[in-house]
Design a protein around this ligand. Structure first.
Ligand code: 6LW
Length: 512
């Protein structure tokens, strides 16, 4: 019997066979600073989350290219305080590592809190409360090796190393500078690995814009001296051969060895649109890695990536996609939905046929606490998002194309009219619907393409009237600044206590 089962299993695996080809980015929309770890043939990946709550989305995969979100690491206020966090604040670059049955995640709360570690036995469940590490700077990483835990991080342009206790966060040695990179600005995002007698130190340089790159150094001793790879940078699109690529800003990587022995790198990058702008934030990319005969890693053959990667992969296991249509009478919102800063949960409720958002008087320009807002990332340059809602008098509610408090376009219902507001720094412009609405349920739609967001509304969900369109570029990271990407948010503001009922939400990519 056991032989029969093993035979069947072997046949199934053989039928699955190795995979080939996948699309980059492997996780679309604002998912920067990816870090990955392997546990047998299960892979886990985390990203930065800045001013959004819960923090640090966590994904699972069986093949490193098809990923499914399984939750968030930081789900409680005791782990994540976000008062005053904007798109430069909150949670920066996390690292995930697994050691002897325990998962660790180390990151920085840049809204005045510093570096901390949480751990869990079950990455789909709750993680511990933070232990704080008395080392400044950003981009912390952990490296478990020969019974010790090493912390690396970036402090004032220096990559530092210290042995620590990951359960208490206590430093066991002083901080030692181990590398400054190859001379590019902002050496950061360090990760350490051990392979064939060498300690490898992978970092990013150049800053997280067009000059971003990944470099590597190695040493026979963990605390150096580290010598740079002669082929640095091992990954960048800041060069002539890739100046025409839609993918730019590749950097901030992490290496992982798969269960079949192959090596892979995850990194961030962005897809530019409408010229040299990007709006979807920095996304998560994946690349195969080989080691050359001198013992240096070579990323995807020539240190360049494509949107369509024609390379061998692990046997591919497709993952269930996030729900594109949500009926708030039946469905709960999935893990892709996030709040701005620490939410006042009493302002969000399911009524049985709607998601009720109640205003707390804070609007989307709010910079300290949380307005009533729940959103999901824009994942595609060509997309459509539709919601339908009804409002009571005194409330403003609708759909926001939200980059940050100072940069958002909103389509909303107020006083029986549909309006569109552009908020661009100090400038605000309002477009009003010509006629007041008759029905009490209103459908609001935003479509996006490379150059424009197009706003329309309907009173039956079938026939839409276009109100206006606005250039995408004013909301881009290049114009708005910050480290995030567009989040499509349902919101309610206006008189505190007044509410809006949202009946559904639909997000879809527009195929081209
Ligand atoms: C992160 C740094 C970076 O801490 O951007 O792209 C910062 N790299 O490593 C915020 O994501």
């Amino acid at each position: 019997m056991t032989t029969l089962i093993s035979l069947l299993l072997a046949m199934t695996l053989a039928a699955a066979g190795p995979g080939r080809g996948y699309d980059n980015p492997v996780i679309k929309g604002f998912h920067p600073d990816p870090s990955v770890c392997a546990v047998g043939d299960d892979y886990y990946l985390v990203n930065s989350s800045f001013q959004y709550f819960p923090g640090v989305p966590i994904f699972h995969s069986k093949d490193l290219v098809n990923w499914k979100q399984i939750g968030h690491v930081l789900t409680r206020r005791s782990q994540l305080e976000l008062d005053g966090a904007l798109s430069w604040g909150g949670i920066y670059a996390p690292t995930i590592r697994y050691n002897e049955g325990t998962f660790y995640m180390v990151t920085t709360n840049c809204s005045g809190k510093g570096n901390f570690i949480v751990h869990t036995d079950d990455p789909t469940g709750e993680w511990s409360d933070p232990v704080w590490v008395d080392i400044g700077g950003i981009d912390p990483s952990l490296f478990f090796h020969q019974g010790k835990c090493w912390y690396t991080g970036t402090v004032d342009g220096r990559i530092v190393l210290s042995e620590i206790d990951p359960m208490t966060g206590k430093k066991l040695t002083g901080e030692k500078e181990i590398w400054r990179g190859t001379g590019g600005r902002y050496p950061e995002g360090p990760h350490l690995y051990f392979k064939d007698g060498w300690y490898y130190l992978l970092i990013a340089e150049g800053g997280t814009e067009y000059a971003h790159k990944i470099t590597i150094a190695r040493s026979r001793n963990i605390d150096g001296p580290y010598e740079g790879c002669p082929d640095n940078p091992i990954l960048t699109h800041c060069k002539m051969s890739t100046q025409g690529s839609q993918i730019q800003g590749l950097g901030h990587g992490d290496l992982v060895q798969a269960s079949d022995g192959t090596w892979w790198m995850t990194c961030l990058g962005f897809r530019r649109q409408g010229g040299d702008h990007h709006l979807l934030g920095r996304e998560t990319f994946m690349a195969p890695v080989e080691w050359n005969k001198e013992g240096w890693p070579v990323v995807n053959g020539n240190g360049e990536l494509q949107l369509r990667m024609d390379v061998p992969t692990l046997p591919q296991v497709k993952q269930e996609a996030a729900q594109s249509h949500i009926d708030f009478g039946k469905d709960k919102s999935g893990y892709e939905w996030v709040y701005l800063r620490n939410p006042f949960l009493g302002n969000y409720s399911f009524t049985g046929n709607s998601l009720r958002l109640t205003s707390n008087g804070k609007d989307l320009d709010e910079t300290r606490v949380s307005p009533t807002f729940i959103g999901r990332r824009q994942e595609d340059i060509f997309f459509k998002a539709v919601t339908s809602l009804s409002t009571e008098a005194g409330v403003e509610a609708g759909l926001s194309v939200f980059m940050d408090a100072g940069s958002h376009y909103d389509i909303f219902v107020e006083d029986g009219c549909v309006k569109v507001r552009y908020r661009l720094g100090e400038m605000v412009h309002l477009v009003k619907a010509k006629a007041p609405l008759e029905g009490e349920r209103v459908w609001l739609k935003v479509e996006g393409n490379e150059y424009f967001y197009i706003f329309s509304f309907s009173d039956d969900g079938l026939e839409y009237k276009q109100l206006c369109q606005m250039n995408t570029r004013y909301l881009s990271s290049e114009t708005a600044s910050g480290f995030t990407g567009i989040v499509l948010g349902l919101y309610a503001t206006g008189t505190p206590g007044k509410h809006a009922d949202f009946y559904d939400f639909d997000y879809s990519m527009i195929p081209r």
